[in-house]
Design a protein around this ligand. Structure first.
Ligand code: GLC
Length: 717
C-alpha cells in the first residue's frame, strides 16, 4: 500500500508541472509509427504529444509490411520521451497480443473449452513472457464479450456463452498476464475489453447495434468484467457498440456509474480504435469537439488512434466545456498505470532470451485440452499400424490453424496434419488434398486403407474482427467430400479446424468419430495426432452451443422458463417450438466426450436445508459426487455444477453454471468431487444493480454437461 501512496505523491508532483497540452498528450494514443513517419513521430514524442503507442494494427502484424517489433526503434522513441521531452514521462506501448505473440496458442474460445484455468493462466504467462521481452507493456486482452451468435466473427476471441465460465477465464488471463505485479520481468498489463455488450451485436453483424436490458447487463454481460477487475486488470477498453441507443463510448452511466462506482474499477479506460470520433457517425455528436467533450466527460481517459483529444481538448478546456479537473483525473489514472508497470523506474526494453520450445510445449498442452471429442462410435483411438487415408483441404493447412490474431506467429513453423500423422504412423498414411481427389480412383485408393481421416474446417479469414458470416456451414466441397468418403464404407474420422461453432445438421451424422480442434495454434496438429492415436485422451468441453443450423440462432443453454411449453434447448418436442425442425442444439453447452468412461454417482448434500441468515452471513454448504472411471483409459473429466432458482422475484434461468472442476481420474479409480455453494453463487442482480439472494428452493445439478438431469433440491429458509 505504501508503494501506491508514493505513486500519488509523485503523480501530484508531475501533474502540477504539466502544461495543458502536455496533459492532453498523455491521453493521446496516435496512429502506429512507421518508417515513413518516424522523424515526424519522434518530434511529436519530443513535444509531449504521445502518451501511448499502438505498436501494431491488425491481427497479423508480424507478418505484414510493418513486420515484427523493432526493439531498437521503440527504445529510441522511449529515450526521446524520457530524456528529450520536457515532462520526461515514459510512453506506454500497447499491442493486440490476443492469443500469442510468436508462439500462437489456441484462440481464446478454444482455450475456454479446456475448462482449465491453470492451463489458461500458464498460457498467458508464456504469452506475456514473449511479448514483454520485445517491449510490449500492455496487451488489449482479455476479450470478455459473451456471445450467443456464432455468425459474429469475434465469437472466437471471447469466452463463449456463459458468464460464470467467462469470469473464470477473465481471472486466469489477467493473472497470467500481470502476475501479482505487472512491473516484474515477463509480465504485462491486461485490458478487459470490449466494455460492454459488444457480443450482442444484432444479427451477428460486427459493430451493429445491441439491445441489452439492465437486468441482462448485470447478470450476463458484466460478471466477466467484474472478475477481471477483481483480478487486478488495470485498464478497460470501451466498446464500439451502443446499448439500446446509447453509445458506450460516450456513456457516463456505463463508463463511470457502473464501471467505476459499482464495479470498483480504478484504472484507466482506453477507447476502441477511432471509437471517439465515430460518435458523430452514431449521430450523437456534431463534430470532433462534441465527440471529445462527450467521451472525456463520460469517463473515457485515452483516445485510441483518431487524435481528436489532441486536436480538440485544449479549446474545450479553455471554453469551459471540459473541466481541468476532468483532464487531471484522466492523466492521473494513466500515470498511475505507468507507475504500476514500473516505467518510471525502468522505461527501456532489454531483450533477453525466452524459451520458445517450452512455450510450444505448453501451446500443445493447451491445444490438447481444448480439443473437444464430439462423437466416437468405437473408432478412436486408432492403432499406429492402421493404414490411414488422409484427405481434406486442411491436411496441408498451416495458416488457419493459427486463427485470426496470429501476430508474429509463423505458418511455416506450424506443423500440419499430414506431417503430424505421418510422424506417428507405422502403418502408413496416404494423403491427398480433398480437392485433388480424382473420384474415380479414390474408391480404390480409399479402399486400400483401414480408416479415413478427413481434415476440414473454416478459413481464418472468415473469423475475427469485421469477419461475420451469414452462413455457418462447411463449404459444399467439404460436405461432398464427407459424403463420398462415407460411400467407401470405411470408418470416417472428422477433424474440424474451425474458429466458431458451425452448423452440424447433415455433417456430424456422416462421421463415425468427430474431433473439434478449433483454430488451435502452433501445435494443434500434433495435439490432434496424439489424440487420434491414443497417446493423449480428449478432455475439452463446449464453451458455446453448437446448433443444428444457423436459423436456430440465438440458441443457448441458460434460457429462462416460459408460461407456455417451450421445450427448445432441453426438449425434443419439435411441434412446441418449430413445426419444421427439432429445436434442440446439435451439441449442448458443456458437452465433450473422452476415451475414458466416467460414471457419476449420486449427489450428496449433508445440509439440504439452510437458514437464510446463515447464507447471508457467509455460510457455505457442500455438494459432493463420486465419479468412477470404468473405461480403459486414464482421463480428465470436467464435472459441471448448475443451479436453478425455482422461485424468485425475477425470472431466473432453467440452468446456470455455478461451478466446474476438471479432475484426472485413472482407469478403475473413483474420485470424489466437492463444490461449495453460498451467497455468491445463489443470488442474482436486480435491474438496479443490487445483488440479492432470495429464500426458497434451488435445484442443484451435477454432471457431464448442461443437459444433465442429475439433481438434488436445497432449500434456503
Ligand atoms: C480493434 C479492435 C480491438 C483492438 C483495437 C486495437 O478495432 O476492436 O479489439 O484491440 O482495435 O487494434
Amino acid at each position: 500500500m505504501n508503494k501506491m501512496k508514493d505513486f500519488e505523491k509523485q503523480i501530484d508532483g508531475i501533474i502540477s508541472k504539466l502544461s495543458l497540452k502536455e496533459k492532453i498528450g498523455q491521453l493521446n494514443q496516435p496512429e502506429t509509427p512507421t518508417a515513413d513517419n518516424a522523424e515526424e513521430f519522434k518530434e511529436r514524442v519530443r513535444n509531449g504529444e504521445v502518451g501511448s503507442i499502438l505498436m501494431s494494427v491488425g491481427a497479423t502484424a508480424g507478418n505484414d509490411a510493418q513486420g515484427g517489433i523493432s526493439v531498437e526503434f521503440y527504445n529510441e522513441l522511449q529515450r526521446i520521451a524520457v530524456e528529450e521531452s520536457k515532462s520526461g514521462i515514459p510512453i506506454l506501448f500497447g499491442r493486440d497480443v490476443i492469443h500469442g505473440h510468436r508462439t500462437v496458442f489456441p484462440i481464446p474460445l478454444a482455450m475456454t473449452a479446456s475448462f482449465n484455468e491453470e492451463l489458461v493462466e500458464q498460457s498467458y504467462s508464456d504469452i506475456a513472457d514473449e511479448a514483454s521481452n520485445e517491449g510490449v507493456h500492455w496487451t488489449f486482452t482479455p476479450m470478455l464479450d459473451l456471445a450467443r451468435d456464432p455468425r459474429w466473427g469475434r465469437v472466437i476471441e471471447g469466452p463463449g456463452e456463459d458468464p460464470f465460465l467467462g469470469s473464470a477465464m477473465a481471472k486466469a488471463i489477467v493473472k497470467g498476464l500481470q502476475g501479482d505485479d505487472p512491473s516484474k520481468k515477463g509480465k504485462m498489463l491486461a485490458c478487459a475489453k470490449h466494455y460492454v455488450g459488444y457480443g450482442a451485436s444484432e444479427s451477428g453483424i460486427d459493430y451493429h447495434r445491441t439491445e441489452i436490458s439492465d437486468y441482462s447487463l448485470n447478470n450476463y454481460y458484466l460478471p466477466a468484467f467484474k472478475s477481471a477487475i477483481d483480478a487486478g486488470a488495470v485498464t478497460v477498453m470501451s466498446a464500439f457498440n451502443d446499448i439500446s441507443g446509447q453509445p458506450v463510448t460516450s456513456s457516463r452511466y456505463y463508463l463511470t456509474d457502473i464501471l467505476r462506482k459499482r464495479l470498483g474499477f480504478g484504472g484507466f479506460v482506453v477507447s476502441d480504435y477511432d471509437a471517439v470520433c465515430q460518435l458523430a457517425k452514431q449521430g450523437v455528436a456534431e463534430d470532433d469537439s462534441d465527440c471529445t467533450e462527450m467521451a472525456l466527460n463520460a469517463g473515457l481517459d485515452m483516445d485510441m488512434h483518431d487524435g481528436v483529444y489532441m486536436k480538440c481538448l485544449e479549446k474545450l478546456v479553455e471554453t469551459g466545456r471540459v473541466k481541468m479537473e476532468t483532464v487531471d483525473e484522466a492523466v492521473r489514472r494513466i500515470l498511475r498505470v505507468k507507475f504500476q508497470k514500473g516505467l518510471f523506474e525502468d522505461p527501456y526494453c532489454k531483450k533477453g532470451a525466452v524459451d520458445i520450445e517450452i512455450h510450444r510445449m505448453h501451446a500443445k498442452e493447451m491445444a490438447a485440452e481444448s480439443i473437444v471429442l464430439l462423437k466416437n462410435e468405437g473408432v478412436l483411438p486408432i492403432k499406429k499400424s492402421d493404414r490411414v487415408a488422409l484427405a481434406g483441404p486442411f491436411i496441408h493447412e498451416r495458416r488457419s490453424l493459427l486463427g485470426s490474431w496470429m501476430l508474429d506467429g509463423k505458418p511455416e513453423e506450424t506443423p500440419n496434419m499430414c506431417e503430424a500423422m505421418k510422424a506417428k504412423s507405422t502403418g502408413g498414411v496416404t494423403s491427398v488434398n480433398g480437392t485433388d481427389l480424382g473420384w474415380d480412383s479414390s474408391l480404390k485408393w480409399m479402399c486400400n486403407t483401414d480408416v479415413t481421416v478427413l481434415c476440414l474446417g473454416e478459413s481464418w479469414t472468415s473469423t475475427g474482427e469485421h469477419r461475420s458470416v451469414s452462413n455457418i456451414a462447411l463449404t459444399p466441397d467439404q460436405t461432398m467430400l464427407i459424403e463420398r468418403a462415407r460411400s467407401t464404407g470405411k470408418k470416417v474420422i472428422g477433424v474440424l479446424f474451425c474458429g466458431r461453432p458451425i452448423e452440424m445438421q447433415g455433417i456430424a451424422d456422416n462421421f463415425d468419430a468427430l474431433i473439434y480442434a478449433w483454430h488451435g495454434g502452433s501445435e494443434v496438429a500434433s495435439a490432434v495426432a496424439d489424440i487420434i492415436y491414443g497417446d493423449n485422451v480428449p478432455s475439452g468441453k463446449l464453451p458455446i452451443t453448437i446448433p443444428r443450423k444457423a436459423t436456430h440462432i440465438p440458441i443457448y443453454y441458460n434460457i429462462t422458463p416460459s408460461g407456455r411449453p417451450v421445450d427448445c434447448y432441453y426438449g425434443e418436442n419439435a411441434g412446441e417450438c418449430y413445426v419444421d425442425s427439432l429445436p434442440t442444439p446439435y451439441y449442448p453447452f458443456g458437452y465433450g466426450l473422452s476415451y475414458a468412461k466416467f460414471v457419476y454417482g449420486d449427489i450428496v448434500c449433508k445440509e439440504p436445508e439452510i437458514a437464510f441468515d446463515d447464507i447471508k452471513s457467509g455460510k457455505k454448504f457442500e455438494v459432493t459426487i463420486d465419479i468412477t472411471n470404468e473405461g480403459d483409459f486414464d482421463g480428465k473429466e470436467v464435472a459441471e455444477l448448475y443451479i436453478r432458482d425455482k422461485l424468485a422475484s425475477m425470472m431466473r434461468p432453467i440452468k446456470e453454471l455455478k461451478g466446474f472442476k476438471k479432475v484426472l481420474i485413472k482407469k478403475g479409480e473413483t474420485v470424489t468431487v466437492t463444490f461449495t455453494l453460498g451467497y455468491d453463487e445463489l443470488g442474482f442482480f436486480l435491474p438496479n444493480g443490487e445483488y440479492v439472494v432470495e429464500p426458497g428452493k434451488f435445484d442443484v445439478y451435477l454432471g457431464e454437461n448442461c443437459l444433465t438431469e442429475r439433481k438434488i433440491t436445497v432449500e434456503i429458509k
